[in-house]
Design a protein around this ligand. Structure first.
Ligand code: 5GP
Length: 209
């Protein structure tokens, strides 16, 4: 059957482990992750071109004016955008492309690419989210409170997503497997198998001649 390219939009609360889940999808199933451009400063350990393309505001706005992003949004006073060329060439090449983006970007993608799978990754409970944010030990109480408040706001968007998947503590691989099953089952929908079906019908007709 045809393995057409598709966009998999993964959103979820800060601290939920989206990055780990995406990495599993890349390593285990050969998905690719789109690297966004951002105007925020790199964090320790981040590399230009790996986590993000770190650009100035001028460079970012120049790309916006050239239609270089399929969507972009501001998040905590910085711009983030999904590069158009990577997405378009990846889809043409039949790749499964992960966009790890926030809720407004996800909705903008869905408008332009109605076949995109919008997947919201969450912890099983709010208490567990708080525990994970606290357990990281790297964030101040203010930052933890801000992220929990943002989670409240983001939860309002969940109803616009196609799927909700839990990332239980220590079970990122199971979460990636669940997402892969979703993508596989979507690819088997008849509307995504037009070429295969036409070929099958032609072959059958050939046998009955
Ligand atoms: P962070 O600064 O923590 O890496 O990312 C902040 C938020 O921006 C996260 O929710 C992340 O998923 C989101 N984000 C990253 N890249 C993009 C993008 O290209 N577009 C949009 N809309 N959001 C993005």
């Amino acid at each position: 059957m045809d393995k057409g390219g598709c966009l998999i939009v993964i959103s979820g609360f800060s601290g939920v482990g989206k990055g780990t889940v995406s990495r599993k999808l890349v390593e285990k199933y050969g998905y690719v992750v789109s690297v966004s451009a951002t105007t925020r400063a790199p964090r320790e350990g981040e590399e230009n071109g790996r986590e993000y393309f770190f650009v100035s505001r001028e460079e970012f706005l120049d790309s916006v004016s050239k239609n270089g992003f399929i969507e972009y949004a501001t998040y905590v006073n910085n711009y983030y955008g999904t590069p158009r060329t990577f997405v378009e060439t990846g889809l043409e090449a039949g790749r499964r492309i992960i966009l790890e983006i926030e809720v407004q970007g996800a909705l903008a993608v869905k408008k332009q690419y109605p076949d995109a799978a919008l997947i919201f990754v969450t912890t099983p409970s709010a208490g567990e989210l708080k525990e994970r944010l606290t357990g990281r030990g790297t964030e101040s109480q203010d930052v933890i409170d801000a992220r929990m408040a943002r989670a409240v706001a983001e939860s309002e968007y969940i109803d616009n997503y196609d799927y909700i998947v839990c990332n239980e503590n220590g079970k990122a691989e199971e979460c990636a497997d669940a997402i892969h099953h979703i993508v596989e089952s979507r690819s088997m929908q008849v509307r995504h198998q037009k070429e295969f079906i036409t070929r099958l019908k032609d072959e059958l007709a050939g046998f009955s001649e």
